[in-house]
Design a protein around this ligand. Sequence first.
Ligand SMILES: C[S@@+](CC[C@H](N)C(=O)[O-])C[C@H]1O[C@@H](n2cnc3c(N)ncnc32)[C@H](O)[C@@H]1O
Length: 419
Amino acid sequence: MALISKEYDQFVESDVHSLQKQDLAFTSRHYEHFIKYMGSKSKIMDFLLEGINSVYSGDRVCDLFAGSASLAGAIGDQIPIHSNDIQNYSAVLANTYLNAWDDGNIPSLEILKELSTQIFERNYKSLNIRNSYQNISDVQAFIELEKSEQKLIDRRFNRDWHLFVKYYSGTWWNIEQCLWIDAIREVAETHKNTPAYSVILSCLMYAMAYTSQGTGHFAQYRDAISESSMKDILIYRKRSVWDYFAKKYISATSQLSSVKPKYKHTVTALDFSECLDVFGSGTVYADPPYCFVHYSRFYHALETIALYDYPEIQIKKGKIVKGRYRENRHQSPFCIKTQVPSAFHTMFEKIKANGQSLVLSYSNTGMISIEEIGQLAEDILGSNYSLELLTTSHEHMTLGRVKDRHRDVKECLLLAKLG
Ligand SMILES: C[S@@+](CC[C@H](N)C(=O)[O-])C[C@H]1O[C@@H](n2cnc3c(N)ncnc32)[C@H](O)[C@@H]1O
């Protein structure tokens, strides 16, 4: 249970500056999971909260690289949060955790089903689909079916709401699954600017993740190269987008409060350095990427369902790139070896300039060493801050004196407390 004092319970939005550390220690509430996310901190949330609790000295909390928005999920009921990530799908998830509530207008599953089914059936008929995955057992026939679906990328549609069927049929999903994704997305749009919007989209992201034939992300879809790989892909091809969506929607809406969230949360999709300036004073939790793979490549399909903007697709040597990535997708400096030190430099400079405290997640398998980050933090944050490392063995270590002791620790937290 969260140690929330009576005063804090009665907290009103304008009282944000009166929040004091002694008033609370954050503990994780139960929250719904929507996507499989590389680097998600949901499994080590208690460790992370231990770090935040030891640095927090009042005011708001910013999740600077929110990703699957797990921090908002865990403590969004206990503190005003600013949830930020450069990717827009993160904002959808954060809004579900922070700002969604049952305002009396959350559509029932039956209504959603009726509307989505009407759209699905109309569009299914117009495509005149002849082949189906249901009875296929021959690898060659399977490959041909996949290829014929992939060709829809060249088709011109004279109606809107055809993005997934055009771009992704025969890739991570088959044509019918794509028709369902488009149909549910179309219905979601009619709830824009209401609490239902982010809930419907989050549940749709869940359905996309669990019906996709990929390996949990959208970097590459698999090709059937043998009977056994075909059989495995078929398991996913036969999954119903609607059923996965429905299961999640029932669960997510049953947890919505009938009372409007009492805190004024902020959700943005900014670059981290801009967000630090917008956030102002408070405690920043920073969980930047640790490795060279760009999130914009792994999760481009989530970005596209959030934006639904018919993006230009990346072309190489005159051909559409197999992964069908968005052109001009974000390249993070934390994933480019030569840019990582200056990205951390910027982060620490902004933290200092804005008088913020910092909890930084990193790994000793990351793009630069913990020692280098610690040195940068010491050089930039200097004597205004007390610096510590918290390791997954729950050891607090002073930076500088114990440089070698975290060698076999994978995840650690750099704690930079102001004052
Ligand atoms: C390790 S993940 C964060 C995981 C998150 N803490 C969770 O529990 O799901 C890193 C995140 O940083 C985001 N990111 C990368 N570069 C960024 C930048 N320049 N500004 C803001 N966000 C960025 C990525 O989109 C990704 O979601």
